[in-house]
Design a protein around this ligand. Structure first.
Ligand code: APR
Length: 246
């Protein structure tokens, strides 16, 4: 146990509420590519051409195809030891997940309180009438999926330049205001407004723990840093929490 016990036993023993602020690195061990790593998505595809509303309006078939491709990758993956550990911690604490990920893996691992700041690959909506569609329905439609009202059906993903879902964001803020420990897992911390959340947590005097094999823009704000993969660290922290409860 070593470093986890030394650095977290005291905090975990008195903690009631944990929040996990997660990014693409959380799902890296599931085989889902990150955005800015060596094999990052933005190394192969241009966010300007794919992840914004102008790109979609200019070429809805291309953008629709790209999200079908990303859904195919994610559906072939499973929650990893890190996702499972976070879900397990609900046995001992109030646990809230605030994720930038759109891969649904936290919910599939069993986490019950997940706020998705950037949307979810399995969700879509009509740009005209707002009708919501799950991807099962959309993936069977022709190249450019249209609603019965004639409107274009787009992914329920927050694209660059768009606002985050206000309710998810404010619930995430509330959880962070009330938590005892904020874990920052697998994010470069360079995309706003999401990255404001951990920075504001620091201003509120919260205890911040980073889990990331590399330094990030949020490392500076953290009280404790585990330069490790999410799966290893989170499994050890879940084990430590169980031993403290015994
Ligand atoms: N365990 C923990 N962290 C890891 C692992 C791992 N196994 N593998 C990689 N990482 C870390 C990397 O070191 C990096 O800091 O995960 C981070 C991934 O950073 P990004 O690829 O920038 O992903 P993220 O921070 O989630 O991006 C935020 O940017 O493109 C937008 O909307 C997209 O939600 C995304 C947002």
């Amino acid at each position: 146990m070593g470093i986890y016990e030394d650095k977290l036993s005291e905090k975990l023993s008195s903690a009631k509420w944990l929040v996990f602020f997660t990014g693409a690195g959380m799902s890296a061990e599931s085989g889902v590519p990150t955005f800015r790593g060596e094999d990052g998505i933005w190394k192969k595809f241009s966010p300007r051409e794919l992840a914004n509303v102008d790109a979609f309006m200019n070429n809805p078939a291309l953008v629709t195809e790209w999200y079908k491709h990303r859904r195919k990758i994610v559906r072939q993956t499973n929650p990893n030891a890190g996702h499972i550990a976070i879900a397990e911690l609900e046995r001992y604490f109030e646990v809230t997940v605030v994720t930038q990920n759109v891969d649904n893996l936290h919910s599939r691992a069993g986490s019950t309180k997940v706020y998705e700041l950037h949307g979810n690959l399995e969700k879509n909506f009509c740009m005209d009438c707002g009708t919501r569609f799950d991807s099962g329905g959309v993936d069977t439609l022709p190249d450019i999926p249209r609603c019965g009202c004639g409107g274009l059906i787009r992914p329920d993903i927050v694209w660059f330049g768009e606002n985050l879902p206000a309710e998810q964001f404010s619930k995430a803020e509330l959880a962070i205001e009330n938590c005892d420990i904020l874990f920052i897992v697998g994010t470069s911390g360079i995309v706003f407004p999401a990255a404001h959340l951990p920075m504001n947590a620091k201003k509120l005097g919260k205890y911040l723990v980073e889990i990331n094999p590399m330094e990030s823009e949020l490392s500076y704000y953290c009280d404790v840093v585990f330069r490790e993969n999410a799966g290893k660290s989170l499994a050890a922290i879940s084990k430590l929490a169980a031993s403290l409860q015994a």
